[in-house]
Design a protein around this ligand. Structure first.
Ligand code: F6R
Length: 322
C-alpha cells in the first residue's frame, strides 16, 4: 500500500479513458454521489470549487433535485448499492449522468444509456485509488465545461507541485511517522476547516489502521465538540488533538484554533498541528490529504495491522447480500 500512497501525485497526473457520449453542461448545480473512498471526490470538489455542488452519501437524491441538474456517480467498484440507487433516482427524474468508475454495474448501466464514463484503472482498493478518482472528477468537470481551463490548470499545477514534498513526507524519520507515533494507542481527534481533508484523515485512519478517529469541522467545533472533554474520564489520557491548518483558513478560524488549543490543552494527552505546504488552496488541500494518508499507513504498521484488512466492511456487505 505504501507504494500506492506514495504514487498519489502520479495518480493525479493520469488521464481517464472516456467512454460513452460527451455533452456540455451549462447549468450550475451538480449532485455528486459516492460512498467512502469514492465519496471523498465530492467532498473535495465542493471544498475547492465552492459552487452549487451537493454531495450525496446515501441512497437518494434530495427532493429538490430537478431534471435539469447533472448527477455525477463516483464508485470505484461500480457496484456500491447506495450509488447505484442514486443513479436510479437520477434516471427516474430524467437527469443527465456522468460516471467515474473502474467498471462494474455502473459502467454497464451508464453505457447502456450512452452517458459518459470516465474510467480509472482496476486492481486497487478504492481508497488507494483516490488520486485517480479525483483526477477523473476534475477532468470530467473540464470536459463538461463546468470548470474553465484556468481552474483546471490550477489543479494540474498543484498535482505536479506536491511531488516535491515526497522526500520530506515519507520514511520513518518524517513528520507523518511522528504524528502516527503520537496517536498510537490513543484517540486521534482531527480538526480542520475543510471537510474533505478532515474526513479523509478520519476514514483513512479507520480503514488502513483499524483505529478509532474522530473529526469535527471548524468553526462548528466551537459550538458543541469543545464541551465534550469531561467524560468518560479516560478521554484525558487518550484524546490526541490534530489541527490541520492552511493559509486559506478563515482569519477567525485561525484565531479560534489557537484559542481552542489553549482551552483544551489540559483536557487531552497531547496536541499537534500540521501546517499545509503549497502555493494554492488546492495544493494545500492535496498536501494535507497526502500527509494524512501516510499517517494512516504508519499507524497501521505501528498497530501491527494489515492496512488492507477491512473485515467488518466485508462482513457487512456479505450480510447485506443475504
Ligand atoms: C475501500 C474503501 C471504501 C469504498 C466504499 C465504496 O477501500 O475505501 O470506503 O470506497 O465501500 O465502494 P466503491 O468505492 O467501490 O463505490
Amino acid at each position: 500500500m505504501i507504494e500506492n500512497i506514495l504514487s498519489f501525485p502520479k495518480q493525479l497526473k493520469f488521464f481517464p479513458e472516456v467512454k460513452g457520449k460527451f455533452f456540455e453542461y451549462k447549468g450550475d448545480r451538480i449532485f455528486i454521489a459516492g460512498m467512502g473512498g469514492s465519496g471523498a471526490v465530492g467532498d473535495f470538489l465542493l471544498d475547492w470549487l465552492k459552487r452549487d455542488i451537493v454531495v450525496v452519501k446515501g441512497y437518494n437524491l434530495p427532493s429538490f433535485a430537478r431534471s435539469e441538474d447533472l448527477v455525477i456517480l463516483v464508485s470505484y467498484s461500480g457496484n456500491t448499492e447506495e450509488t447505484l440507487s442514486v443513479f436510479e433516482d437520477a434516471l427516474k427524474l430524467g437527469c443527465r449522468c456522468v460516471s467515474i468508475t473502474s467498471g462494474g454495474k455502473l459502467e454497464t448501466l451508464s453505457l447502456n444509456r450512452d452517458f459518459p464514463v470516465f474510467k480509472v484503472p482496476t486492481g486497487y482498493h478504492p481508497r488507494e485509488a483516490y488520486g485517480y478518482l479525483l483526477k477523473a472528477g476534475v477532468y470530467a468537470l473540464k470536459v463538461l465545461g463546468y470548470i474553465d481551463r484556468d481552474t483546471y490548470n490550477v489543479f494540474v499545477e498543484a498535482s505536479e507541485a506536491i511531488n516535491r514534498y515526497k522526500d520530506s513526507l515519507q520514511g520513518e524519520d518524517s513528520p507523518t511517522y511522528e504524528i502516527a507515533a503520537k496517536i498510537y494507542r490513543r484517540l486521534p481527534i482531527i480538526y480542520s476547516q475543510y471537510i474533505s481533508v478532515g474526513v479523509r484523515w478520519k476514514n483513512q485512519i479507520n480503514e488502513n489502521a483499524n483505529n478509532f478517529a474522530h473529526f469535527s469541522i471548524f468553526p462548528e467545533q466551537n459550538h458543541n465538540d469543545i464541551e465534550g472533554f469531561d467524560f468518560p474520564e479516560f478521554i484525558k489520557d487518550k484524546a490526541y488533538l490534530i489541527f490541520l491548518k492552511t493559509d486559506y483558513d478563515h482569519p477567525r478560524v485561525k484565531r479560534r484554533m489557537e484559542i481552542v488549543k489553549d482551552i483544551l490543552k489540559d483536557d487531552v494527552v497531547g496536541i499537534s498541528e500540521v501546517n499545509a505546504e503549497g502555493n494554492s488552496e488546492v495544493e494545500q488541500m492535496l498536501y494535507l490529504i497526502w500527509f494524512g494518508d501516510l499517517v494512516s499507513y504508519w499507524l497501521a504498521i505501528q498497530n501491527s495491522t494489515d492496512p488492507y484488512r477491512i473485515d467488518r466492511i466485508r462482513t457487512l456487505k456479505r450480510k447485506l447480500q443475504l
